[in-house]
Every structure is written in C-alpha cells, then in structure tokens.
Design a protein around this ligand. Sequence first.
Ligand SMILES: C[S@@+](CC[C@H](N)C(=O)[O-])C[C@H]1O[C@@H](n2cnc3c(N)ncnc32)[C@H](O)[C@@H]1O
Length: 188
Amino acid sequence: MQRISLTNIAHQHIKEILKPSDVAIDATLGNGHDAVFLMHLVGPSGAVFGFDIQEAAIAATQANSAGITGLTLIHASHALMAEKIPVQHHGHIKAIMFNLGYLPGGDKSIITQTDTTLCALNTAIALLATDGILTVMAYPGHAGGDLETEQIQLWCEQLKPTHFSYQLLHSTLSSAIAPRLFIVRKTH
Ligand SMILES: C[S@@+](CC[C@H](N)C(=O)[O-])C[C@H]1O[C@@H](n2cnc3c(N)ncnc32)[C@H](O)[C@@H]1O
C-alpha cells in the first residue's frame, strides 16, 4: 500500500480551495516546495507571499522557483505578517501554510518558536478569507517541537466553533513523536 505523507494530504486539502487568481501565504518558506505548489495553483494571475527568517531559505526558494512570477519572498518572521501583507489582501487570503521546525539540509538549531508561531497563527486566521484554509505541519519529535505542537493543539481547540472548524491528522506511524497536521477552515 502506498503511504501518503501528511504534506501530500495538506496539499490535497488546499487544492480543493485554492484556485487561479487567488492569494496565498507560505509562512515558512524553507526550500520553497510549498510556495511553488501554491504558485502552481494560483497561476500567474494570483499571488503568493512567503516568509522565512533565514537568508539560506530565501536563496533556496529563489533557486527552486526560477521562472515563476507572482511569488513575493519576505525575509522576516511570520509574526510580522499583518504589516508585511498588503492591506488590500487582508481578509481575502484563501490558503496559508505553516511547515514548522527547521530548514531541511540547513541549520537545525534555527527552529520555529512557540510564541512567534502562536502570534503568527492569530494573525493568519484574521487575514484568512471566509472559506479559506490554514494548514500547520508540526513536529513533536525535536526539542521544543513537542511543546509547540501541544500549544498549537490547545490554540485550535479554543477557536470559536461558530467561525472555524479544525481537524488533527496523525501520521500513519502513530506515536508521540510522529508529525501532526492541523487543518483549520474559516467557516464564517
Ligand atoms: C520545515 S521548514 C519549511 C519547509 C518548506 N515549507 C518547504 O516546502 O520546503 C521550516 C522553516 O521555517 C523557518 N522559520 C523559523 N522561524 C520562522 C519565523 N519566525 N518566521 C518565518 N519562518 C521561520 C525556518 O527558517 C525554516 O526554513
């Protein structure tokens, strides 16, 4: 049986929502794979804004997105999303992806931090369009990632059910340290 990764599942859910001309955010660019995926869905008439605090991630994304127009790379923390995203897009962002942890192949000591992640998540749901989708890949298997994952679950649980729905998916290798995927939909 073919195993489908949680990242693929996040992509499948986003594919149902994100359409040509839409606007999306990749909150953690890393090597740019998610940003390129989002750009393919929104097409040249859409836009994707991507954030990363590491120059190495910005450079890797630039290299992996060569020839793609409409992708804006922002070398800053996703905690600054509200001020970095042009105001005309606020409330109209159709999809926002977070893929937490460290840059694959990069400096493993530079990881997302619980405080800034939660701050960015609060901004993200305010920027999201009604019917928009937010996905968060979290990794409890590394130091700090366990607390971050726990706090994200608590954050999801306190979202108003009148305005949001949320799903938590575990990897098929279900264990305390296996990755988790949180999928939040803004319903009103
Ligand atoms: C797991 S990687 C992302 C993978 C990426 N989405 C891809 O498709 O390749 C996590 C990234 O989050 C970045 N990061 C850590 N803290 C951040 C912050 N406060 N704001 C934005 N990015 C951050 C790291 O530098 C790292 O590149």
